[in-house]
Design a binder for this molecule. Sequence first.
Ligand code: M6R
Length: 365
Amino acid sequence: DKGNHRHFMEKEIHEQPEAISHALGHYVDFLEHAVRPVAGSIDFAKVPSLAISACGTAYLAGLVGKYWFERYARLPVEIDVASEFRYREIPLNPESAALFISQSGETADTLASLRYCKEHGLKIGAVVNTRESSIARESDAVFPILAGPEIGVASTKAFTCQLTVLAALAIGAGKARGTLTAADEKALVRHLAEMPRVMAGVLNTIQPSIEQLARDLSKCKDVLYLGRGTSYPLAMEGALKLKEISYIHAEGYAAGELKHGPIALIDENMPVIVIAPHDRFFEKTVSNMQEVAARGGRIIFITDAKGAAASKLETMATIVLPDVDEVIAPMIYSLPIQLLAYHTAVFMGTDVDQPRNLAKSVTVE
Ligand code: M6R
């Protein structure tokens, strides 16, 4: 049932504050401002490294997770898309743990990477939406994302719930490894707890500016997304979402890679969507934006009030989000990129919930 929404995707985008509250309740103790000890048989204090593997959007959630595990838990992370991971002959340490992220829990390549790690003796954790799935069954520890059923082929609430669970796990790992103090943990958990409220506020306010922009995007043939730090996987997620449902060609790039190739594409016909909260990477990303502007590129700037004030560049549009801590920025910045893809596809009249050539669950290799 779509309720009063036109598509499941729209409904699922709007369900995110609630879905995330639900997920947070499982991983976080709001009264104590602490993460719950959910790691089960995975001893994050002892593992020398972590392997992560997944496909599509789940892989991009894992890529954000890598930044968190490395930063908060000082745990080196090896990550790859499952279809490469399983064939790369990665020298794996049997003392390590591996996480497999999958909404459906049935993705063939992800399951094959899981089995590969299991054969090599690693402890296996599953970050899944479907607890009764092959990936969950074959894991030592199951970390449910509790997003509720996701019907739209384009993943939305599963992505932000995967991020939420990975953030909580990384904070838990940091606590176990002594790389986060109790005060750090408290502060991070407070930020996580703010998420549902901040998301609801964003969903209530950005719609008009997004619809306006979607009308312009629907006329484009190519779109480039740029980001740095955790905004880099988000740039790739924005591009994936747009191509998946609107069939517009889009690429997500690390902002710093712009001058190593994609800058050659810049002209007034290819909008460049820059995802840049006013964080420790902001100045660097703005200098990449300047390079775009200097070549006549049109910029769609997704930032916060500080970022909007600090950049003096002329943009095609600026979407201003609330000022949030770095740990929740990926979830909050997911909202405009999801809505932008959604409304662009609606303008183009594509089959948003069932895009051509795609299936919700990819059980073939
Ligand atoms: O069920 P899974 O999470 O394992 O699926 C992985 C990908 O097939 C999936 O995320 C795909 O990329 C989505 N359609 C993206 O919106």
